[in-house]
Write a protein that binds this ligand. Structure first.
Ligand code: NAP
Length: 296
């Protein structure tokens, strides 16, 4: 059985992918069952990972059969974590450790980590590889790095995602949807000319993760970067949304990266671009684009 813990934006794309690609049943946890959309073979359960009773109930529900778990539950708002560090530790570390100790039968476990664990690419440096030293520059990156250690101690896999975006498949709005609505209304949107990331769409991320989950447990590495070949600024991503909506790119206004300092509380890397060679070798891919992949 597939178990998706924290089926939000990425989780719902993954449910769509898994339900189309595989036969196995999918159990997905959400905090608010009113926000879900139905998919074949998928059952949703209300679940808060910080609630020990919920964890015990979920462990019982899974019944000890072989599980492939995708663990997305997290507090991940960079600025919220800066001001709510302890709450973050409770959700992102304590609850994760308790979950791993409590749920039996886990054969494969994919933890959603982030490029933020690496910190910042020095000017002119290579893309971040899984073997590089990690030097996070914000609370979010530091907590994900600690969480990775818990995951590795249990023998499982930390998947380091780059920035992902796309239209929400749930009833909750993503930032993408907000920008799309503005652009479609003919309103300009301002996007930072910086914060370069090897971003990819939720759809592509879900496809890659589903393929990773089909590999035998024995070949799964303890860490893998999951990202595109590209390097996109926020402004580049704004242009992509404008193209998706069929509106003029002139509606996307470039603002300097330094403007972010006016509204960010914690630090953001100016550049955090990852190397995806390990992922490509595992999946037999020659190219990973924002929206598409090419097989060898
Ligand atoms: N989006 C990105 O660009 C990106 C990049 C790198 C890594 N990631 C990681 O990828 C994962 C999925 O992100 P996403 O983009 O799909 O965002 P998301 O929809 O916000 O996913 C996070 C999920 O965690 C759930 N959650 C939060 N606290 C919980 C708790 N106490 N108990 C149970 N569930 C809880 C949220 O539920 P509610 O909806 O009820 O809050 C949500 O479903 C996250 O771990 C994130 O750190 C995302």
């Amino acid at each position: 059985m597939f178990l998706i813990v924290g089926a939000g934006f990425l989780g719902t794309y993954l449910i769509r992918q898994l339900s189309a690609q595989f036969r196995g049943p999918i159990l997905a946890t959400v905090r608010d069952t009113a926000s879900v959309v139905p998919f074949p073979k998928t059952e949703y359960v209300a679940f808060d990972v910080t609630d020990e009773t919920d964890v015990r109930r979920l462990a019982k529900r899974c019944g000890g059969g072989k599980l492939t778990v995708f663990y997305f539950a997290a507090l991940h708002n960079v600025d919220y974590l800066y001001t709510h560090r302890e709450e973050g530790e409770n959700v992102n570390l304590t609850a994760l450790a308790r979950f791993l100790d409590a749920v039996p039968g886990i054969e494969k476990f994919f933890f959603a980590s982030t490029d933020c664990v690496y910190g910042e690419n020095a000017p002119g440096s290579q893309k971040f590889k899984e073997t590089d030293e990690c030097k996070p520059i914000n609370v979010y990156g530091a907590q994900k790095l600690e969480a990775e250690k818990i995951v590795r101690a249990h023998g499982f896999t930390a998947v380091r995602f780059s920035y992902m975006m796309g239209p929400s498949l749930t009833k909750k709005r993503h930032f993408y949807d907000t920008l799309e609505a503005k652009l479609k209304a003919g309103e300009p949107v301002e996007m930072l000319d910086g914060m370069v990331r090897s971003a990819l769409s939720y759809k592509t991320a879900a496809l890659l993760l589903a393929e990773l989950s089909a590999l035998p447990a024995g070949v799964l590495p303890d860490t893998v970067n999951l990202c595109s070949d590209g390097a996109f600024t926020k402004y580049d991503l704004g242009l992509k949304i404008a193209a998706d909506c069929g509106v003029s790119p002139a509606l996307v206004k470039k603002i300097p990266e330094s403007a972010g300092e006016a509204f960010f509380k914690d630090r953001r890397a100016s550049r955090a671009v990852m190397d995806n060679a390990r992922l490509k070798a595992l999946l037999g891919l020659s190219h990973i684009g924002f929206e598409e992949v090419t097989r060898c």
